[in-house]
Design a protein around this ligand. Structure first.
Ligand code: ADP
Length: 598
């Protein structure tokens, strides 16, 4: 049995649990993969917008270079330099201040006394532009080194042609290569979670040999973004512009859009400035903790610490649906495991029952063989003695004949029981239901049994009513029940050889008649009160008790009684012993003393 249970656990239960575990794991992996995919998509959106903004900035830079070249086309660079601020602002509204500075540290424009913005610009930037001090700047000079001698030759060959390289684009490598990061700045950048960090530099140093570039610096926490450009007409002069940031921001707003065809329609994209303030957003009504985007991309050195940030409109939605799937799967697995457990339990129980039945059947065969053998031996022995004529004493002859008759009766009873049981099993048992007097059936059965019992020193008492009690039943079948009960009382009597048979009318719960067979024997062991009615079940083992039996008597008695609408029940007798009661429903016409069955 243990082996079967072990095989079941190993072959069904453990693999099911492993499968369930694998299913949960694969679901979790799938969830991670989906989350990762979504995060990559959002990162892609942020990166592409950052790229677009960089593109727009480089377009403005081209524009500025073109403006400078156009102005220089009107006259000699040095003549233009003095009035550069005014003329640039006139032609190019993106400029807030235009400046010209020579590499040897002379500022030509704007005029210090021109206007308030110009004066402030000069006061704040003169020292830096004249390369007299190093300041913390974010800078970028992406265009390759300028070769002055080559430029001179080029200028000589093609006077007036622009040397501006329109294929220029900010590239990440260039940005990184040009980022000089002193250690303390690097630490600050790490603390800010920003890849962009300022570097201390003089203007001359960051211009180097390049043709153009951007310089960004923070003055009183306000971003100052400058474009600069060196024309081949006079490489000693650097033309520059301080950009009008509100105008630039207006321009950037047009770039911050999400493709309506994009699968990511549940996101909000925002352009955040260096103080994490929203400059532009795709969903103006959306509110979030702007410092905690789902994905983000920095713009670069031109707009340091500005970033394109992506937020999920419903951040819980993804995990909610994943949780729901998980819960459903968990429930399914739990139901599956429970079903397997219950199914397994039922199989094991049934198997156990079948094994017990098989064992009982084997016992039954040996018990029946033994029961057949005992009376046959007696019958053979006594009939041989009588046949030989060796027993002359008449009394002895009668006694031997009595034994032969009793043993034959026992044999008949046993065979009847076995035959009836097999008929019942096959559903072939037929009853001749008729109106019959139960008092008479019990009395006749008892009287036929009385000589045998008295011969074996039994005290047989009976309490039967004088008047008949009619039931609807099969006379022989009812007699068989009474015989089986009396025979059991005889078998399990122990030392006290007393058998009492009673017949009483009972009114509760419904009017019925009860035939009780009582003995003072060993009684039914505790816990076996119901099991003794199961087929082949024996509460007293033949070997230990020495009482032979087939385990069919009570099974048959109960089945016959139930077929009559009644039952056979056991209850311990007060003062020791057993009390078996046959209960049968009364006929409606009960009480009429017609005496005979129909
Ligand atoms: P058996 O042929 O073994 O007597 P039964 O079906 O008649 O088969 O009885 C089933 C079991 O019930 C018996 O083996 C015995 O253990 C118990 N039993 C039946 N009658 C009595 C009784 N009068 N006293 C004690 N035990 C009894």
């Amino acid at each position: 049995m243990k082996k079967v249970a072990l095989v079941f656990v190993l072959a069904v239960f453990v693999p099911s649990l492993v499968l369930a575990w694998l299913a949960v794991r694969s679901l979790r992996d799938q969830q991670f993969a989906l989350e990762r995919q979504q995060s990559l998509l959002c990162q892609g959106v942020a990166d592409s917008l950052a790229e677009k903004i960089n593109g727009l900035l480089s377009e403005h830079q081209h524009d500025f270079a073109r403006q400078v070249e156009a102005l220089l086309a009107d006259g000699k660079p040095l003549d233009i330099a003095g009035a550069f601020d005014g003329r640039l602002r006139q032609n190019w509204p993106m400029a807030e201040v235009g400046f010209v500075v020579s590499l040897d540290g002379q500022v030509y424009s704007p005029d210090l006394f021109d206007r308030a913005e110009a004066r402030r610009f000069r006061l704040e930037n003169d020292m830096f532009l004249c390369s007299r001090e190093s300041v913390a700047v974010y800078w970028n000079s992406p265009k390759g080194a300028i070769n002055l001698s080559q430029l001179d030759q080029k200028e000589a060959a093609q006077p007036g042609q622009q040397t501006y390289d329109s294929s220029y684009k900010f590239s990440k490598e260039q940005k990184q290569a040009r980022n000089v990061m002193p250690e303390q700045r690097l630490q600050a950048a790490v603390d800010n979670n920003s890849r962009i960090s300022p570097a201390e530099a003089e203007f001359r140093q960051l211009v180097g040999d390049s043709v153009e570039g951007t310089v960004a610096r923070f003055l009183q926490n306000k971003l100052n973004l400058m474009f600069w450009y060196r024309s081949s007409r006079d490489p000693q002069l650097v033309f520059g512009a301080l950009l009008n940031l509100p105008r630039l921001t207006d321009d950037l707003r047009n770039v911050v859009k999400v493709d309506p065809q994009s699968p990511l329609n549940e996101i909000c994209v925002a352009l955040l400035d260096d103080s994490t303030k929203v400059v532009a957003t795709t969903k103006p009504a959306f509110r979030a903790n702007w410092k905690r985007p789902f994905a983000a991309a920095e713009i670069g050195e031109a707009l340091p610490h500005w970033e394109v940030a992506v937020y999920l409109l419903n951040p819980g939605k993804f995990s909610q649906s994943a949780q729901a799937i998980k819960a459903t799967l968990g429930l399914l697995i739990a139901v599956l495991v429970l079903a397997i457990g219950i199914g397994g339990g039922l199989i094991v129980t049934d198997l156990k029952r079948q094994l017990a039945l098989a064992r009982q059947k084997t016992d039954f065969v040996s018990n029946v063989s033994h029961e057949l053998k005992t009376p046959l031996t007696s019958i053979r022995m006594f009939s041989e003695l009588l046949a030989d004529g060796r027993v002359i004493d008449k009394e002895k002859q009668r006694s031997y004949l009595g034994i032969i008759t009793a043993e034959t009766a026992r044999l008949t009873r046993l065979i009847n029981n076995v035959l009836d049981f097999s008929r019942l099993e096959r559903g072939e048992k037929k009853y001749n239901f008729a109106r019959c007097d139960l008092v008479r059936v019990v009395r006749e059965t008892m009287e036929s049994y009385r000589p045998h019992l008295e011969q074996n020193d039994f005290k047989l008492t009976c309490e039967l009513p004088e008047s008949p009690v009619f039931v609807n039943g099969d006379r022989d079948a009812l007699a068989q029940i009474v015989v089986n009960l009396i025979s059991n009382a005889e078998k399990y009597c122990n030392e006290q050889k007393e058998v009492c048979v009673e017949l009483r009318r009972q009114e509760r719960p419904l009017p019925h008649v009860e035939v009780r067979v009582l003995d003072r024997g060993c009684g039914v062991p505790k816990g076996c009160e119901e099991r003794i009615f199961e087929q082949f079940y024996r509460a007293h083992d033949s070997l230990s008790s020495g009482v032979q039996g087939s385990g069919l008597g009570l099974t048959l008695a109960r089945q016959i009684a139930r077929s009559h609408g009644g039952d056979v029940v056991y209850e311990p007798r007060e003062g020791g012993g057993s009390c078996f009661a046959l209960r049968l429903p009364l006929r409606a016409t009960e009480g009429r003393s017609d005496g005979e069955s129909e």
